[in-house]
Design a protein around this ligand. Structure first.
Ligand SMILES: [Zn+2]
Length: 207
């Protein structure tokens, strides 16, 4: 059993947001590539350690993580300078678009999901049946929105919940498309040497 080094860059955001983004990313990886202890991808890392390290390039950031990460510990996040066209959000209008997108995301992930989790934990029945895979989960162990067996993000939703979330997600999707268009426009702008920080998250993954 060895270890494989994996890294992935993320937009600049605050540490709390980054931890949240990474968690969502991890669940996606596990759904796609499996979640056994030797799956060899970042999805199986035990949490995230956000450091204050900053580097001049992606390569330097990657080397630092390679030297400092333990295969059984959390993934490490460091900042590196990305040189190229400006990144979204760049203008005041971008900020506003970004703010609306994030507010909606917060409403779903921090507001609604937490509500659904605490509702499940307070149920009279001691067991909860996953709506996707049918596994029975002890309600006192429900701590997040993902099914501990199949990783489904909808396992606690009633049909009404699913409908509400779908409407929010549609709204979010509209904003996301607008954001994507702005990203493309910025990429094609003639300011090619703009310097911005990005996050690099990486680590050794047991394989
Ligand atoms: Zn399930």
């Amino acid at each position: 059993m060895g270890a494989t080094f994996q890294a992935r860059s993320f937009d600049l955001m605050d540490a709390t947001e980054l931890a949240r983004e990474f968690k969502v990313f991890q669940h996606g990886e596990c759904e796609q590539y499996g979640n056994d202890a030797y799956a060899g991808h970042l999805g199986i890392k035990d949490g995230l350690s956000v450091t204050a390290e900053k580097f001049e390039s992606y390569g330097q950031a990657e080397s630092w993580i390679e030297e400092n990460n333990d295969k059984w510990g959390p993934a490490h996040a460091v900042k590196f300078i990305h040189q190229g066209p400006p990144e979204f959000p760049h203008t005041k209008a971008d900020d506003e678009l970004n703010r609306r997108y994030k507010a909606l995301k917060h409403q779903i992930h921090e507001g609604f999901e937490q509500e659904v989790i605490s509702r499940a934990r307070k149920m009279k029945s001691k067991l909860y049946t996953c709506r996707k895979c049918g596994s029975k989960i002890a309600t006192k162990f429900i701590k997040e929105i993902y099914c501990p067996v199949c990783s489904s993000g909808e396992f606690l939703y009633t049909p009404t919940d699913a409908k509400r979330v779908k409407a929010w997600l549609n709204k979010m999707e509209t904003l996301r498309v607008r954001i994507e268009k702005r990203k493309v426009a910025l990429k094609n702008s003639d300011k090619k040497n703009h310097r911005t920080y990005r996050w690099l998250i990486g680590g050794w993954c047991a394989s």
